[in-house]
Ligand binder design. Sequence first.
Ligand code: TYD
Ligand code: MG
Length: 457
Amino acid sequence: MAKKSATVFFCQSCGYESSKWMGQCPGCRQWNTFVEETVQTTSKGTGSKAPKEKREPSSLSGIEMQEEERMSTHIQELDRVLGGGIVPGSLILVGGDPGIGKSTLLLQMCKYLSDDGRKVLYISGEESLKQIKLRAVRIGEFTDHLLLLCETNLDLISETITRQRPEAVVIDSIQTMYHDEVSAAPGSVSQVREATGILLRLAKDMGIPIFIVGHVTKEGTVAGPRVLEHMVDTVLYFEGDRHASYRILRGVKNRFGSTNEIGVFEMRQNGLVEVANASEFMLSGRPQDASGSVVVCSMEGTRPILLEVQALVCKSSYGIPKRQATGTDFNRVGLLLAVLEKRVGLPMSNCDAYVNIAGGIRMLEPAIDLGIVLAVVSSFQNKPVDEKTVVFGEIGLSGEVRSVSMAEQRIAEAAKLGFTTCILPKASEETLRACGSIPKGIALKGVSSVQEAIKSI
Ligand code: TYD
Ligand code: MG
């Protein structure tokens, strides 16, 4: 088949394809992200390789299905984020900053899978066998069911996978893989896209799960991210402050489960350790009797997590007050400050305000609104909030406190950790009282407006 090569421009941030160079990407609005790449196309297009079979449409009841047998990784936090274990034949992308612990997590997973007697293949394009061994020694003892390979050529990789027939495969960093037929450099959009396509076909044809490691660029996305994200079945991001020891594994997309789940890990001397009680972990080191510190309860998927919201409000020395939000939505904080100004009458426009979710976790759930507002008020008045009080509730523009979902689980988590008072939306309190499901040892204070909430502390 005749091959012709053409140059195409790709946005390195979102994968937008264009025949000419552009300063700003129309897809993601980033500047200066277009890079020229040569792509070779066969004149009939790449889709013509697959054999054509005539298929008849069928009804749902006509499709035979066995119960999907999921493989357990024996890392509970990982299993939960995956939706209850690994689905055979799925392609899973694990993204994260360099050095965050992606290779460590996947090597640990390989260890547990191979301890079960499953044949696992770990392919690294980044490290030598010796380097992998060094890491493996820190993690523990491995059986011979784990096979290692250093390779970056995808043809050789698919050949090895087909020959070895492992039960799970890890590809350590898709950015190092290349395919001969694509002339662009490894890590470029067209290489990453081609490589993922090949792995996708392998995973589906052979019914084995393939994990792909993807590095995240400065902007916080995997190189060629949108292209990658829609091709794979599951996207997990491994995040955390590199200077802190804990790491959070977050499901961003999952064709086989919920996407709201998170897994919490701690990086130790001998690899990653699961943190079963995330709330206790997140609250450790909380200041005593400090103003501007409030504990909120947020839901991550099916799991309640207690977090500390901190606020620092001080008089502004410039005309325009400074605002900063770390770990939560900047615009949301602006909105809540405006609600305080207009509905409560606090002179927020003369104050600088800094809001921080302690521990470096990112939390965007509206249920933490009430916590942010109370932390700001506490800092403004320089009065600490009782440290055994937990707060949750969404705030509307007229200053009303709106009910949130799963109030019962949130209160149960707070009670478990020894909190004695809970400030929550009035509507949620009434629902709870109606069904009589209030844990012992915790007093509920329902509030219907921001003013009421401020009075109650
Ligand atoms: P790594 O898995 O290589 O990160 P990634 O693959 O995401 O780039 O993790 C590297 C970091 O983890 C490194 O800074 C050292 C640290 N680490 C530990 O603290 N303990 C350990 O047991 C291991 C294996 C790594
Ligand atoms: Mg690595």
